[in-house]
Design a protein around this ligand. Structure first.
Ligand code: GAL
Length: 451
């Protein structure tokens, strides 16, 4: 079964192996007890926003099936499970009254993980802001700092005795860019006037959350995650090179550099200068935090060319589907060196202590052959990316772990249920879980792993 020649021992005993998920993509039970709507509940009920009109009201019903799923993780030799907390399940209106039902649910999940020998890795915020807070401006409103503080303190207090590994935000570039600039993700806002304040407030919350968790979680291992894609210019033409630098600053540097004390990359992207009007005295220091690790999430690379017509950046992405390269069903290029290049790029920052790949994976059409899901494309995607992670490690980078995105097929945001990223197939009509070939491979790969 394990035909690929990498050995788990090559990564070292202390390398963290796991799987990642996010609350809205799996939990369902969207209005159970006192749970109120998140921006994703609201966005998915708007016409035409999500492929096929899909939504996460039931999703994979993890809320009711968490035991079955964690049992399956155990059978698959998975020792680390990254999941996120739903803010509106814990504090239904975002601020104020707390939900004992929400706390009970996450206590059950955390305790069951621990009982099964699985270490929980918890993300505070994976995109599902309480709608009540969005009604007040959401990430564009500076009060988010206080709301987020209250939420982070509450989570640390409730779960910090048992959860030691934390991530503050999931991919701030995606939730601000897709949610507040392009309007293709919740809350569906568009334009610089939303995007720019959202960037600054998310950057502040990233560090504030880090400080809260460090202060309140004894022996905590505190991180935050970034989306990133290795960027290359379309040609050696100077304009394309400049365009690629700008895209790299936007996609890969915007949120990490202020946290390291390097400020926003305004020299590379002058249009970002308008962020200055949102920076209050003291903010330059307050956005800094020395994370124990950064979570790097890589799926593809981007080829970028100059474009007169793109406002602000004068850069545009050359689509993978126009380049005659192998792609996933998301139309993302399969390009394994992107992961080692990004590890190396982040490794260059002296202040970065540890790097963990907190997401990597791919969506392909899964073919069922004689009852078996033979997802060879996913298998080879994972293996070729792991090969590159190992190369980066052997070249001396600080990469310390790898989490597959994702455990089961789930709700893939604006794309609905069509793209399947799971190691485990889900029949969304019956909620039946079936291990794919990639899941079987991972099981045998992780066999010798005890931590
Ligand atoms: C990431 C995100 C995940 C998942 C994945 C695949 O950007 O954190 O929630 O959807 O992409 O698209």
């Amino acid at each position: 079964m394990n035909e690929f020649d990498l050995k788990i021992e090559d990564f070292g005993d202390d390398f963290h192996w796991g799987v990642s998920t996010a609350a809205y993509q799996i939990e369902g039970a969207y209005d159970i007890h006192d749970k109120q709507a998140s921006i994703w509940d609201a966005f998915t009920s708007r016409k035409g926003k999500i492929y096929n009109g899909d939504h996460g009201r039931v999703a994979t019903d993890f809320y009711h099936k968490y035991k079955e799923d964690i049992d399956l993780m155990k059978q698959m030799n998975i020792k680390n499970y990254r999941f996120s907390l739903s803010w509106s399940r814990l504090i239904p209106e975002g601020t104020g009254k707390k939900s004992s039902h929400g706390v009970t649910f996450y206590n059950k999940v955390i305790n069951y993980c621990l009982e099964c020998g699985i270490t929980p890795w918890v993300t505070l915020y994976h995109w599902d802001l309480p709608q009540k807070l969005e009604d007040k401006g959401g990430w564009t409103n500076r009060n988010i700092i206080h709301w987020f503080e209250e939420y982070a303190k509450f989570c640390a207090l409730q779960f910090g005795d048992r959860v030691k590994n934390w991530m503050v935000l999931n991919e701030p570039m995606v939730f601000t860019g897709a949610g507040y600039f392009l309007g293709v993700h919740a809350p569906g806002k568009k334009g610089m006037r939303h995007f720019i304040p959202a960037i600054h407030h998310a950057t502040l919350c990233q560090a504030i959350g880090g400080r809260i968790l460090r202060r309140r979680v004894k022996n905590g291992y505190i991180g935050t995650t970034f989306s990133c894609s290795y960027v290359e210019p379309f040609s050696t033409n100077k304009r394309d090179v400049i365009a690629a630098n700008k895209a790299d600053a936007l996609l890969n540097r915007l949120f990490i550099e202020p946290s390291l004390g390097l400020g926003y990359p305004v020299k590379t992207i002058p249009a970002l200068r308008r962020i200055n009007s949102f920076i209050k005295p003291g903010d330059e220091k307050d956005v800094i935090f020395d994370f124990d690790f950064i979570g790097v999430q890589v799926y593809t690379r981007e080829i970028v060319k100059h474009s007169w017509w793109t406002p602000y950046l004068k850069a545009k992405i050359s689509k993978a589907t126009d380049r005659n390269v192998k792609t996933t069903v998301m139309d993302w290029e399969v390009y394994p060196p992107s992961i080692s290049n990004m590890i190396n790029q982040f490794n260059e920052y002296k202040a970065v202590k540890n790097i963990i790949i907190t997401e990597n994976g791919a969506a392909f059409e899964d073919k069922v052959v004689r009852g078996e899901i033979q997802d060879y494309d996913r298998l080879s995607y994972l293996q070729s990316h792991l090969q590159k992670v190992l190369e980066a490690k052997q070249q001396g980078s600080k990469v310390k772990g790898y989490f597959v995105w994702t455990f089961t097929d789930n709700f893939e945001w604006a794309e609905g249920y069509y793209p399947r990223f799971g190691l485990v197939h889900v029949d969304f009509k019956t909620q039946k879980r079936s291990l794919k070939l990639s899941g079987k491979w991972l099981t045998s790969f992780l066999e010798s792993k005890s931590v």
